[in-house]
Design a protein around this ligand. Sequence first.
Ligand SMILES: CC(C)=CCC/C(C)=C/CC/C(C)=C/COP(=O)(O)OP(=O)(O)O
Ligand SMILES: [Zn+2]
Length: 453
Amino acid sequence: MESFSSLTVTQRDQILVEQQVFNIYETFYDMPPRSKSLKLELQRENHLGYLTEGLKQLGPAFCVLDANRPWICYWILHSIALMDEFIDPELEDNTIDFLSRCQDPNGGYGGGPGQMPHLATTYAAVNSLVTLGGDKALSSINREKLYTFLWQMKDPSGGFRMHDGGEIDVRACYTAISVASLLNILDDDLVQNVGNYILSCQTYEGGIAGEPGSEAHGGYTFCGLATMILINEVDRLDLSSLIDWVVFRQGVEGGFQGRTNKLVDGCYSFWQGGVLALLKRLHSTKGEKSIPLDDGEDSGAESPQSTASSDATGEEGLNEDLSQGGSHSEHGDQHDASCRVNVDNIDHNSSKMHAKVEPPFNSLALQQYILLCSQEPNGGLRDKPGKSRDHYHTCYCLSGLSVCQHSWSEDEDSPPSPSAVLGPYSNLLEPIHPLYNVVLDRYHEAHEFFTRS
Ligand SMILES: CC(C)=CCC/C(C)=C/CC/C(C)=C/COP(=O)(O)OP(=O)(O)O
Ligand SMILES: [Zn+2]
């Protein structure tokens, strides 16, 4: 990690970088000989073409039985939004109508029209509509019925089921809490005991598993950490071992693996990179509020819990407390409200607002993996060379790229410095809200809409 951290990638170094990555692939994965036409440039036009074609296929002519169509909408729409592009108004209207037909009359969204509502497709549909933005999309969500659906999915143990009679896991907790937070319908009843469930899934390795007793995995670690932040109970996790676990998931190729001893994969650029972005924001927020980090001295600062409760509705953007999501006061007694977060592994020097924070992983090496190994020059992104592109990997590779570019700026209100962006500066994507993975300005619009309506 040390020698990777000291790498600087300039135009002059580009050929060396390509050689390095492809030597690794030839050696370890027996990939085809290195291509001469590799570029560190994001192939925006080609990605846009691939994504727009995919969205058109969801229209009335779509006849394949598929239980994932709101996901396909989200992966495509979010990827397009990350590139600061828009779809044409007719396609937008068709997409809103299509998602409305996936909405169950009793609340929540199914995988297609007439299918039973499911938490994962509900999350995907809501994020899609937030990404489209505008009154028609946002007001198409029946929030009252959606709340009823979320409540029906709540298990007496505290966790959530993915669907009626379905499995209880960390994904279900995240999708339920994320949707409720984004739509401003999160309350103490939904939050009750979720924290205990997530806590029971943190493993001896430090990452979070899908269910108690399973193996820590990047996807679930993102879901678990984001949920704990949204319900304002993040201090209950062992954040020190969590960050250790996630930074050691970056491989020599620059990409992240999802779990110990598995291959790197482009989609973990977001699941693992997003965890690091959340921890960074959490740390900055705590720094801004002078919460003691590691010295054991009482600064007289408010506890994270009391701070978040008082801020619950009035905050804005990434400078807001990441735990703005809901009402938490009744459950504050479930854990020690004065407990201190041991986040000293994140950055020893950043108790000051806007202190420069170096990423605790090699951000340029990850961008290099995304651009050189995951990017298909003809459009779309993939797990790794030798695999085919798909909309899921396109979405999460681009989300991970955005997180790399934006999350470690000195001043979060200004664009990142060119040194944070690998390749031409035109590679810069839109910033996201890391708790929901929607583009930040779309989040702001939705936040404003659901606060007033
Ligand atoms: C919001 C939401 C629904 C999030 C889902 C999070 C997510 C990606 C969970 C991971 C699921 C999982 C165990 C994959 C392992 O697949 P694998 O064995 O094929 O891959 P691996 O070898 O990389 O572990
Ligand atoms: Zn993947």
